[in-house]
Write a protein that binds this ligand. Structure first.
Ligand code: SAM
Length: 282
C-alpha cells in the first residue's frame, strides 16, 4: 500500500490573522486569504451575513463570530484568549480590516497580550482609488470619512489645507455633492477625482475641478461606494506678506476668522496665523 498525503490541511498555528477581502470583485481575493480562511478555526467578522456570503462563494464552511471594536472588553478579551490557542482570522465586510473598519483595538490588545499577529494584505479602496485617479501619489494623506455636518466637514478639510499631498477620503453618495461644493469654495483650482464602484461592473473615475464635478453629480446622483481624492495645492509657495492680509482681514473679522481666511487664501498654517493675528491685534 502506498502512503498518500492526507487531504486534511495542516492546522494553522494559533494567533490572529488580519485578512483583507475584496472590495467588490471576488476575483481580488488573494491565494493566502483563501488558504487562511480555509484553515483557520474561527472567523471574526463585522457581519456574519456578509462574511457568510463570501465564505459560501469560496466554498468554505467556517465558524464565525461577530466582532467590532464596540463589542465590549469582555468579547474582545474572549477573542484574544481564543487566538492564544486557535487560529482566528479577522475580516471586515470588505477590503482591509482596520482601515475605517473594526479591528484596531483587537490587534492592539492582542499584541499587548503577546498573541502572534500577522497580516494578509489585499484590496483596499484608498489605494485602488489613488492608483486609478492619476493624482500625485508620491505623498498622500488618507483621512477616513469626512464628517456629515457642514461646519465639521469644512473644518476637517481646512485642517489639511496646506499639506502638499493628495488628500483621500471615503465618501457616500448622498453626501458627495455637499463635499464637492465645500471643496470648490475652499480650493477652486485643485484637481479632484471621484472614484466610484471600484473593481465592480460600473467602476468609474471622474476627474476635474470640484465645481464641475459637483455640477455633474447634481445632475447624475452617484450610486454605490466612493473614494474622494483632492490633488495637492499648486506648488506656488505663498510669497507675499501674510501680515498685510491679516491686518486687512482683522478690520472686519475676529482673529480666529481672519487666520482661517488667510490660511485658506495662502495655504499657510492656520495656528501660526492665529498667533500672529493676536500679536497684530495687540
Ligand atoms: N476597509 C475598507 C477598505 O479597505 O477599503 C473600507 C471600509 S469603509 C467602512 C467603506 C468605504 O470604503 C465606503 O463607504 C467607500 O467610501 C469605500 N469603498 C469601499 N469599497 C469601495 C469601492 N469598491 N469603490 C469605491 N469606494 C469603496
Amino acid at each position: 500500500m502506498t502512503e498518500t498525503k492526507s487531504p486534511i490541511p495542516e492546522p494553522l498555528s494559533a494567533g490572529l490573522y488580519i485578512v483583507a477581502t475584496p472590495i467588490g470583485n471576488l476575483g481580488d481575493i488573494t491565494l493566502r486569504a483563501v488558504d487562511i480562511l480555509q484553515r483557520c478555526d474561527l472567523v471574526a467578522c463585522e457581519d456574519t451575513r456578509v462574511t457568510g456570503k463570501l465564505l459560501k462563494a469560496l466554498n468554505i464552511s467556517k465558524r464565525m463570530q461577530r466582532y467590532d471594536d464596540h463589542s465590549g472588553e469582555g468579547a474582545r478579551a474572549a477573542l484574544i484568549e481564543r487566538a492564544r490557542i486557535e487560529a482566528v482570522a479577522l475580516v471586515s465586510d470588505a477590503g482591509t480590516p482596520i482601515i475605517s473598519d473594526p479591528g484596531f483595538r483587537l490587534v492592539s490588545e492582542a499584541r499587548t497580550a503577546d498573541i502572534p499577529v500577522t497580516t494578509l494584505p489585499g484590496a483596499c479602496a484608498v489605494i485602488a482609488g489613488l492608483t486609478l485617479s492619476a493624482l500625485p501619489n508620491d505623498k498622500f494623506l488618507f483621512a477616513g470619512f469626512l464628517p456629515a455636518k457642514e461646519k465639521a466637514r469644512v473644518a476637517a478639510l481646512e485642517e489639511f489645507a496646506a499639506i502638499k499631498a493628495t488628500l483621500i477620503y471615503y465618501e457616500t453618495g448622498p453626501r458627495l455633492v455637499k463635499s464637492l461644493i465645500a471643496i470648490a469654495e475652499l480650493w477652486p483650482k485643485r484637481d479632484v477625482a471621484v472614484a466610484r464602484e471600484l473593481t465592480k461592473l460600473h467602476e468609474e473615475c471622474r476627474k476635474g475641478g470640484a465645481a464641475e464635478l459637483a455640477e455633474h453629480y447634481t445632475a447624475n446622483p452617484p450610486k454605490g461606494e466612493i473614494v474622494l481624492l483632492i490633488g495637492p495645492p499648486e506648488d506656488e509657495a505663498f510669497s507675499g506678506d501674510p501680515d498685510t492680509l491679516l491686518t486687512e482681514a482683522l478690520k472686519t473679522l475676529k482673529a480666529s476668522q481672519a487666520a482661517g481666511e488667510v490660511a485658506k487664501a495662502t495655504g499657510l498654517d492656520r495656528k501660526t496665523l492665529y498667533a500672529r493675528a493676536m500679536e497684530l491685534k495687540r
